[in-house]
Write a protein that binds this ligand. Structure first.
Ligand SMILES: NC(=O)c1ccc[n+]([C@@H]2O[C@H](COP(=O)([O-])OP(=O)(O)OC[C@H]3O[C@@H](n4cnc5c(N)ncnc54)[C@H](O)[C@@H]3O)[C@@H](O)[C@H]2O)c1
Ligand SMILES: [Zn+2]
Ligand SMILES: [Zn+2]
Length: 361
């Protein structure tokens, strides 16, 4: 059996997205069919639409989603129809070199559905990050579904599926932020704001939020930033040093993805401190640093993919903290929209006024 559902498709590079009826197969072995309840609009969806990720058009966009498992294929034991799940793009394989070394958060062979979803004329779709959740239903590998407490709002829960987990994990998992640390976050969009929230959860004593947009700094303040710096008005490196006794922060998270902000992060950390790059640069970007400073300042320069998360470990725990009022996921939801509102949401994302627009079905 197949399912005909409405979905948001990017047909060609740079062209506006369209609402289409697509065909979704019933789940085969190891797969799950999920009825989507909510899906956030992430910068990566816009990158796909602009041809910045690959040329495999048409794309089925959307990948920050929560929903209900409708049916599962043969051999699926971990989730069952009726489960409330967050979708992830790290369904670990258990067999690659990273998994075998006991570091599954780096898994180099993550799992997706084997069967293809298609346009009405049979053209195969490429689901964004192997998910494709701006759709009434989508087909994923069962390992991409993580069951969480049904009491959570779907709009808030879905955000853990990408940007919020990436930022929060960059601070807590990759950066290893702990009680008493000083932390600076450069760029406080959805990802950076989540790094602020993560540093707060982990007990950081000082959390300095840096952005060029006061609206973002205001939200960062609500999520736990103890100080804010607008880097249009002030030199962020000098400001961070001044706020940390002249030394710099223990951990600096770069959540913009540009050479100049990376350089700020590099010099805004204390000796032997840690820089975490979570912002994604573009191919032409280059960085030049005195090698003597790389040596002399010591510490660690790290990159963070998906916040080094393990969905099965982190999603249920973070949803529990959300339900206890200790992690304000609702603060990331600027607006809820319908499936036909994704193109307009991309416009607002470019303008900078939203942390997250979330499609609610
Ligand atoms: N590593 C991962 O696994 C992962 C996952 C998701 C997203 N990302 C990346 O994280 C980055 C941030 O994503 P987002 O959704 O928060 O995007 P966003 O556009 O919402 O946020 C970017 C923020 O940076 C600010 N900014 C821009 N230039 C600045 C500057 N010079 N100094 C200080 N702040 C500046 C903007 O005002 C904005 O608030 C993107 O590059 C995205 O691709 C990485
Ligand atoms: Zn693996
Ligand atoms: Zn994303």
């Amino acid at each position: 059996m197949t399912h005909q559902v409405r979905a948001v498709v990017a047909r060609a590079k740079g062209a506006p997205v369209s609402l289409e009826t697509i065909t979704v197969p019933d789940p085969g072995p190891g797969e799950a069919l999920v009825r989507i309840e909510a899906c956030g609009v992430c910068h990566t969806d816009l990158h796909y639409r602009e041809g910045g990720i690959s040329d495999d058009f048409p794309f089925l966009l959307g990948h920050e989603a929560a929903g209900i498992v409708e049916s599962v294929g043969a051999g699926v034991a971990d989730v069952a129809p009726g489960d409330f799940v967050i979708l992830n793009w790290r369904a670990v394989c258990g067999q690659c070199r990273a998994c075998l070394r006991g570091r599954p958060w780096y898994c180099f062979d993550t799992r997706n559905a084997k069967q293809k979803m298609t346009l009405a004329d049979g053209t195969e779709l490429s689901p964004a990050l192997g998910i494709g959740a701006f759709a009434e239903k989508t087909l994923v590998a069962a390992g991409q579904c993580t069951k969480v407490d049904r009491a959570a709002s779907a709009a808030a829960a879905g955000l853990l599926g990408c940007g919020v987990m990436a930022g929060l994990g960059a601070a807590v998992n990759t950066g290893g932020v702990g009680r008493g640390d000083s932390v600076a976050v450069i760029g406080c969009g959805g990802v950076g704001a989540a790094a602020v929230a993560g540093a707060y959860l982990a007990g950081a004593a000082k959390i300095i939020a840096v952005d060029v947009d006061d609206r973002k700094l205001e939200v960062a303040g609500k999520l736990g930033a103890t100080h804010t710096v607008n880097s249009r008005d002030a030199d962020p490196v000098a400001a961070i040093r001044e706020l940390t006794g002249g030394f710099g922060a223990d951990v600096v998270v770069e959540a913009v993805g540009r050479p100049e902000t990376y350089e700020q992060a590099f010099y805004a950390r204390d000796l032997a401190g840690t820089v975490v790059l979570v912002g994604v640069p573009t191919p032409e970007m280059k960085l030049e640093l005195p090698l003597l400073d790389v040596f002399g300042r010591g510490g660690a320069l790290k990159s963070s993919w998906y916040g080094d998360c393990l969905p099965g470990r982190d999603f249920p725990m973070l949803i529990d903290l959300y339900l206890q009022g200790r992690l304000d996921l609702d603060a990331f939801v600027t607006e809820t929209i319908a499936l036909d509102g994704v193109e307009a949401a991309f416009e607002r994302m470019r303008e900078g006024g939203v942390l997250r627009s979330v499609v609610v079905l």
